[in-house]
Design a protein around this ligand. Structure first.
Ligand code: ADA
Length: 559
């Protein structure tokens, strides 16, 4: 499945994954040997490839002719795409989609090869040894589309309220492969149509923008996640020849003082951070596993998920749109030092994933905030310049969402004047012994007294502790489930009661694999701060989080 809803009625699209492909490792003891593997998948889930760091070639064959568009939703972590042996695309970063065009393919069988590379190297500034895994493989779906001489790349819908009615700014991007005859474009939303006059398009990309007004539409909210489709259609002589259907919700997010407002109502975030990670699937979770994680989040009483630390599979965002779970989505970075940010490839790679995230996930109503550069060098002048550039990229692409970044720089951060929302990752009682309430009050007080973040909404974007599933201790030893539950009790109680905090994200939903090259000191070479373990088995802290989130919600609803 490409999305959880139909995205085309006119354009022919078929999924090339969701079936067996040939996989050939290009290094290691099995180099050159071909295996038949299911895709999407990570090679770490193939027998004997659990630690494979190298390049692997995937191949499939299909019948097609004409102008073809190959859409890769995610290849981890660097991809080269070949059509009948000719290189047609290359892409860095596992977590955003990319596409390739083949013009005028002859009728008959064709071969598509995707070479994935999960090696660490100076060429890779974001996928580095880290406290999560950079897997290898075709980790998200691949689609084959037949397009005519021009096609619709995206349709963006930005709803806003004016004078008690819902309106929407609509932008459609059309890619014209060559000079051609006149075409007309229309966009249908909620029974209304925005039609653009017939015009001859120059070759290349062309954006069409307009505004629409609606009566009687239902707002999107966590409680009532009403969704609408925007159907963009290209026609020639009144005959449709291409289309794109995307989905959105009528909702508005803005900040006002210390509040984050959704449709005018203040949000109190009770969230959980989640990596795309599973012992059976690596980062290539099937939709059913994504839905199971979301069910856990909702059973915990969470109303939000933070996509640590990269843009997520759009099908997971589709599920969040449908269930009303709010999303903090962030670009791809975790804990990059000043030196790592000064990798010559860093700026272009970080800016690219930021641009792709905002463009590709623009319409998801569940995404209420964009995050960037988790725990990077926001305590340095060079780091600040990078944060500033990436925030400006987001602002240029999307004026409908607040922006933030999760800091771990305690009282040395220099960047709180840049975002609309100030956010911190804190681990009182785990990484240091300060009582949680005292630590939070001290940190919050410093932000108000000494930074440009004063008066802005404040989120705790990580808080938690480690606990090894099944390790029980009568004296709550460090790493025991009892200790984790005890620490989370204190941490969450303090944060949920802190009046000036707009919300909290527990670190993290489940235990995840970390790369061997990063920190063997992590027990099991895993990050063990999950509320559930990697097999989603609840630890003692599960009931603590559930109880405190429920109490937090009850307090919020009383006020
Ligand atoms: C940081 C980081 C997380 C994780 C966490 C931890 O806050 O953002 O990715 O590494 O620490 O487990 O210590």
């Amino acid at each position: 499945m490409i999305r959880t809803f139909q995205t085309h009625r006119v354009r022919r699209q078929e999924e090339l994954t969701d079936k067996l492909w040939d996989f050939t490792p290009l290094q290691g003891e099995s180099a050159g040997k071909t295996f038949s593997v299911f895709t999407p998948s990570c090679w770490e889930s193939y027998p004997g490839f659990g630690l494979y760091r190298g390049r692997g070639r995937y191949a499939t064959r299909f019948e097609a002719e004409g102008n073809l568009r190959i859409v890769c939703k995610g290849v981890s972590h660097t991809a080269e795409v070949y059509f009948d042996g000719e290189k047609i695309a290359a892409h860095y970063n596992a977590y955003t989609a990319f596409s390739a065009l083949v013009r005028g393919a002859a009728a008959g069988e064709h071969t598509l090869e995707i070479v994935a590379d999960n090696r660490f190297s100076p060429e890779s500034a974001l996928h580095v040894p880290n406290d999560y895994m950079s897997y290898g493989g075709i980790s998200r779906p691949v689609a084959l589309e037949r397009v005519e001489t021009c096609y619709i790349r995206y349709v963006h819908v930005a709803p806003f309220r004016r004078g008690g009615t819902w309106r929407a700014a609509v932008e459609v991007c059309v890619d014209n492969l060559c000079e051609g005859g006149p075409v007309s474009l229309s966009v249908r939303i909620a029974g209304k149509e925005l039609a653009f006059p017939e015009s001859v398009l120059p070759a290349g990309e062309r954006r069409f923008a307009g505004e629409m007004t609606f009566e009687g539409v239902r707002a999107w909210s966590p409680a009532e996640p009403a969704l609408y489709t925007a159907e963009a259609v290209l026609s020639r002589g009144g005959v449709p020849f291409d289309d794109l259907i995307d989905r959105f919700g009528f909702r508005e997010v803005r900040t006002e003082g210390k509040q984050i407002l959704l449709n005018g109502a203040p949000l109190r975030i009770r969230g959980v951070c989640r990596h795309e990670d599973h012992p059976q699937f690596g980062c290539a979770l099937p939709l059913s596993a994504m839905a199971a994680d979301l069910a856990l989040l909702r059973d915990l009483g969470a109303n939000s998920v933070r996509t640590a630390h990269y843009p997520n599979d759009e099908r997971f965002l589709d599920l969040c749109d449908e269930t009303g779970v709010l999303v903090w989505e962030e670009n791809h970075a975790r804990g990059l030092s000043l030196e790592q940010m000064q990798n010559p490839r860093f700026e272009e790679q970080a800016e690219q994933v930021t641009r792709e995230m905002a463009q590709q996930h623009f319409n998801h109503p569940s995404v209420y905030i964009w995050g960037i550069l988790n725990e990077c060098a926001s305590d340095s002048e060079y780091g600040k310049a990078c944060y500033e550039k990436q925030f400006s990229i987001l602002r240029a692409l999307d004026r409908t969402r607040p922006r933030s970044f999760a800091s771990c720089k305690f009282k040395t951060d220099r960047c709180f004047g840049l975002p609309e929302v100030v956010s911190y990752n804190i681990y009182p009682q785990w990484y240091h012994d300060t009582p949680a309430g005292e630590y939070l009050a001290d940190l919050y007080g410093w932000v108000q007294a000494a930074t440009e973040g004063a008066g802005k909404p404040f989120l705790v974007t990580e808080i938690g502790a480690g606990g090894l599933y099944g390790y029980r201790s009568p004296y709550a030893a460090k790493w025991s489930e009892e200790r984790q539950a005890k620490i989370l009790e204190e941490q969450l109680s303090a944060v949920l009661r802190f009046p000036d905090c707009a919300g909290v994200y527990v670190w993290q939903l489940c235990d995840i694999r970390v790369s061997e090259e990063w920190w063997g000191g992590r027990p099991r070479t895993m990050n063990n701060k999950g509320i559930v373990d990697e097999y989603r088995r609840p630890k003692l802290c599960y009931e603590v989080v559930k109880r405190l989130f429920a109490a937090g919600r009850a307090r919020t609803e009383r006020t």
